[in-house]
Write a protein that binds this ligand. Structure first.
Ligand code: NDP
Length: 434
């Protein structure tokens, strides 16, 4: 706290991990002796830079760019770029820190990183997005590369933004280093299933938790927050598995459709027309739109998938979900539940899939995209989806096993933290004091 003042999100992410690592340090004093803890919370590198650009009115605008290269013990830094007005050093460091252990859990050779800007893409023209992303990449290119650091998308950064950034990187560097970014279009080195991977992966993970208790998505009622990349494909996979998804949201409000959300309408509104979720009710008058996001957690449901942003479920929202009969929660977003909310879920024996494990499908398929780029090949949708499914099952099993081994049986928050940490810590031990 003294070293990183005013970084509450970063403190929250570190506290969650450290609390669950106590049994690990008790069992293996060597990690303490070798200063693993002190080293792992300190980024290997943190860059902050100016991003100047010109808007459509000819006005000069200045945003702030960030990249944190947190840990490269098991592979090149890997993690998305977020464009959102709330982005600051604390947000980037919390995301980068979580990414280290998430990436380790995937079993793929990738280290942890994250980046982004306080640029707000909302309401910007295509030309403005292009000029901003080109300016952003004109600085970022110095720090990244297929074997060094491989950014991807996150909130506000999708296929369009990755495309413009890839174009600018190629222009500066020359050549076609496909592996420098992931989430690319499939026509120029992207992987099939990457768009779907985080949402699908989250549902695969929750499905494993449900199976263990003899439950399933089939016939269950599901509430999903957000209506972006993760949310859309979580809804799609849940519906494919026989669930009825009754609600989703954006940062203005949420829709409730008693018939079940028509996912094609959400896709068109958000992916093609870039409109607000409230416009869903124009097409489906039986649905109800409510201004404000918090109310979504009062809707009774069996399964809740928070897929929008950090700290969207606080203690009170968690208690509402419990009162509404929730049986399972799968975190599609990063750190969507506050520490208090997690406690409420665990105390009420709600099956709880923490972000680090449940949303690791996206970065896992990004690592598969890197592998395809290196091999100069491309796998089919079915091949990548099958690999994703296996990876999510493994993450679940490894988290369950780690929790058992360290005396916190059934606690997947601790299990995922421990399993991810051990892999990184062991690699750090073998590489000496660096
Ligand atoms: P998108 O930008 O595609 O969608 C984000 C969605 O969340 C939008 O509906 C957005 O609404 C809503 N949202 C964003 N900020 C807020 C807020 N402050 N309050 C309420 N709603 C908000 O992002 P993604 O779907 O890619 O990311 C969603 C979450 O999943 C993030 O936490 C991200 O870090 C995490 N994640 C994403 C991965 C990926 O592969 N994309 C991988 C792993 C994790 P609006 O349009 O109004 O802003």
């Amino acid at each position: 706290v003294r070293r990183n003042p005013n970084e509450s999100e970063f403190h929250q992410a570190v506290k969650e991990i450290l609390d669950s690592l106590l049994p690990v340090f008790a069992k293996h004093p060597k990690y303490r002796e070798l200063g693993i803890l002190e080293r792992v919370v300190e980024p290997e590198r943190f860059v902050q830079f100016r991003v100047p650009w010109v808007d459509d009115e000819g006005k000069i605008r200045v945003n702030r760019g960030f990249r944190v290269q947190f840990n490269s013990a098991i592979g090149p830094y890997k993690g998305g770029l977020r464009f959102h007005p709330t982005v600051n050093a604390s947000i980037i460091k919390f995301l980068g820190f979580e990414q280290i252990f998430k990436n380790a859990l995937t079993g793929q050779p990738i280290g942890g990183g994250k980046g982004g800007s306080d640029f707000d893409p909302k309401g910007k023209s295509d030309g403005e997005i292009m000029r901003f992303t080109q300016s952003f990449m004109t600085e970022l290119y110095k720090y990244i590369g297929p074997d060094a650091d491989v950014p991807a998308g996150d909130i506000g950064v999708g296929a369009r933004e990755i495309g413009y950034m890839f174009g600018q990187y190629k222009r500066i560097r020359g050549g076609h280093e496909a592996g420098v970014l992931t989430g690319k279009g499939v026509g120029y080195g992207g992987s099939l299933t990457r768009t779907e991977a985080t949402g699908y992966g989250c549902v695969y993970f929750v499905n494993e938790m449900l199976k263990y208790k003899g439950l399933s998505f089939h016939g269950s009622t599901v509430v999903v927050s957000g209506s972006g990349n993760v949310s859309i494909y979580a809804m799609e996979k849940a519906a494919q598995l026989g669930a009825k998804v009754v609600a989703c949201s954006d940062s203005d409000g949420y829709i409730y459709d008693p018939e079940g959300i028509h996912i094609e309408t959400v896709k068109r509104l958000k992916e093609v027309e870039r409109k607000r979720i409230r416009e869903y009710v124009d097409k489906h008058p039986q649905a109800v739109y409510t201004e404000g996001c918090e109310g979504i957690w009062s809707i009774p449901c069996d399964i809740a998938l928070p897929c929008a942003t950090q700290n969207e479920i606080d203690g009170e929202a968690a208690r509402k979900l419990v009162a509404g009969g929730v049986r399972a929660v799968g975190e599609g977003a990063n750190m969507p539940s506050t520490l208090e909310a997690v406690e409420v879920f665990l105390n009420h024996r709600v099956l709880f899939g923490p972000a680090k494990a449940a949303n690791a499908g996206g970065v896992a398929v990004s690592a598969l995209e890197m592998a395809q780029n290196s091999m100069r090949t491309s796998w089919t949708f079915e091949e990548v989806d099958a690999k994703l499914h296996t990876i999510m099952k493994n993450i679940y099993e490894n988290s369950v096993q780690a929790a058992e081994e360290y005396g916190v049986s059934g606690n997947l928050v601790a299990g995922a933290n421990i399993a991810g940490f051990l892999k990184v810590a062991d690699a750090m031990v073998l590489q000496g004091i660096v």
